[in-house]
Design a protein around this ligand. Sequence first.
Ligand code: MTE
Length: 378
Amino acid sequence: MLSAFGVPSATAGAPSLAAPGILKPLPPEYFTLRGTNAEARYETLKDTGVLTPVDRFFVRNHTSTPVLDASDWHLTVWGDGLHGRTPVRFTYGQLRDLPSVTRTALIECAGNGRSLYTTQQGESVAGTPWTLGAIGAARWRGARLSDVLRLAGIASDAVDVQPRGLDASYVTGGVDLGRVRRPLTVAKALDDVILAYEMNGEPLPYDHGHPVRLVVPNWIGIASIKWLGDIEVSRAPLASPWFTDHYRFFGAAHPPGGSAPLTRQTLKSAYELPFGATLEAGRTHRLEGRAWSAHAPVRRVDVSTDGGARWRPARFLQPSRHEPWVRWTTPWRPHGPGPVTLLSRVTDLAGNTQPERAVHNTQGYLFDAVVRHPVTVV
Ligand code: MTE
């Protein structure tokens, strides 16, 4: 059982993985530990709906979860992109008094699916070897970033804002990169970004950014800064190591200095079934999965149960495709016995579809290829 903000209550007795710096329980049936992070077991999302419950939601921490108190928290908006250039402070109460918005959105790490560059494409990549569980969807409630920026007096010629977290500075390879921060354009900031204080109807849990985090819909997870402390507003472009050295494409297929900084997530689909699952021959299995695209709503999902020779459409399990992800199903009566590769391929309303191969980049971001899902028929 969880107390407020996702901390285990004294009576919690179930075995839990010990992740340095993560406060909520991490039962091994739902999570895999990856350093300071906890990956959700993607296949176990099968028994959840569109929303991912907090106790199944992945955690990506550069350091560790700070325990912050909403009553003495405040947000400082500052920088030469404000009229008057005087920093403006918002308390938690003031933020909650602003008109609120509620929106269901995915948080998906840019590196979700990274390990498939290696296991599926034989390529080496650097970074946390996520499989498919660095993703979750929640119903976020909070204030509009646009309202806060306007109240702070954003100037018409401001170009970038840079939110920064209150977690400890991130030190890697002996270099202190400072607090986690990454700029976004004023155009995105004024569009659909939320300063969220609620997740699935409850106060934001500690591990997910209590008391206030940014939610930047459709952008890579790093944009959604947790434990928000301040936002710089600037008339000149801003940068950070999470903008220049990470979260860009580097490698042979990309410009020598790297690609433009990554913003939007990509599209994926996958069966909610463990890799290497065994399925009985001669009976009909109701396979299930999910599909999502950060570019446009899902239009169709095609599946193949013979390694890609023949494809057929999957059936959607929910009335609306205008959710951040779509659950689908397909019946399959395998003959077997033997190994089979199951495939699924999403196409969105903008015409994007999953390629057979993802274009390699050294840090393994934005894996978008059709997932080759091995199972054994017995
Ligand atoms: N914000 C801060 N302050 N510190 C962090 O370590 N991690 C980022 C982002 N915001 C991070 C952060 C990354 S890389 C991701 S993918 C998301 O938070 C993960 O959000 P979650 O832990 O709520 O799932």
